[in-house]
Design a protein around this ligand. Structure first.
Ligand code: FES
Length: 245
């Protein structure tokens, strides 16, 4: 009596010392929300089914050695969790640093500057230098062939939000995962340009992309990108040279 309890429909969770009752099967993320504790997320999106791939939402669960992804951990028995311990904060900072090491592109010329979830996380976890180095050359695909969607895989964090949006929400399935490990990339079928697949140009993937990996086609931006890297698909046209008399 008086201790953590589980009934047929609800279970007691202790979040940073505060007890809350949640329905059995709720995730740790939902329990923390109910307790008024914010846990950062990246691959989680309220519109989409959870996949637990980015691990930025890790927490400590008492009695478990490994940190757990709170968005993908259904609660079935009473548990006690720590959402902001030193170990949790260090793990989140390492994840952000690893993402930044793979993130190639200048924030200053990115259309998502000031509205980027990776930028926000870097600020929140003090990732103000490239601890694991920085990719300075854009080696991944930059697809500007679509009429309305531009894909820059040099800025992708592999959260899969675009793929889930396209498949689960829109029922289109124009995007998928290609490659493994370091070569993983979000791509249309057979790595075709977005203009050559069943994309309906609804733009919902752009709405859910946390970074500048997916953006609306904007010719002004493209000119800036082309100036930064002339190997991009954009061609800046110059006036033809006057003919010799
Ligand atoms: Fe939970 Fe990505 S937000 S694993």
């Amino acid at each position: 009596p008086g201790g953590p309890a589980v009934t047929s429909t609800s279970v007691t969770v202790t979040v940073d010392g505060h007890e809350v009752e949640v329905p059995v099967g709720s995730t740790i993320l939902e329990a923390a929300e109910k307790a008024g504790r914010r846990i950062p997320t990246l691959c989680h999106h309220p519109d989409l089914p959870d996949v637990g791939v980015c691990r930025i939402c890790v927490v400590e669960v008492t009695g478990q050695r490994a940190l757990q992804a709170s968005c993908a951990y259904p609660i079935t028995t009473p548990i006690e969790i720590q959402t902001y311990s030193r170990r949790v904060r260090q793990a989140r900072q390492t994840i952000v640093d690893l993402m930044l090491a793979e993130h190639c592109g200048s924030c200053q010329t990115c259309g998502r500057n000031g509205n980027c979830e990776l930028q926000d996380l870097a600020a929140e976890y003090g990732s103000d230098h490239f601890r694991f180095g920085q990719r300075t050359e854009p080696t991944r695909l930059f697809d500007t062939f679509g009429p309305s969607i531009r894909r820059d895989m040099n800025k992708c964090v592999h959260c899969l939000r675009c793929i889930r949006t396209c498949a689960e929400l829109q029922g289109v399935g124009a995007l998928g995962v290609i490659g493994r490990g370091d070569s993983t990339t979000m791509s249309p079928y057979l790595t075709l340009p977005i203009s050559d697949v069943v994309c309906i140009n609804c733009g919902q993937c752009i709405n859910r992309c946390p970074t500048g990996a997916l953006q609306e086609v904007d010719n002004t931006d493209d000119v800036w990108r082309a100036i930064e890297d002339p190997t991009k698909h954009v061609v800046i046209q110059t006036a033809p040279a006057p003919r010799a008399a």
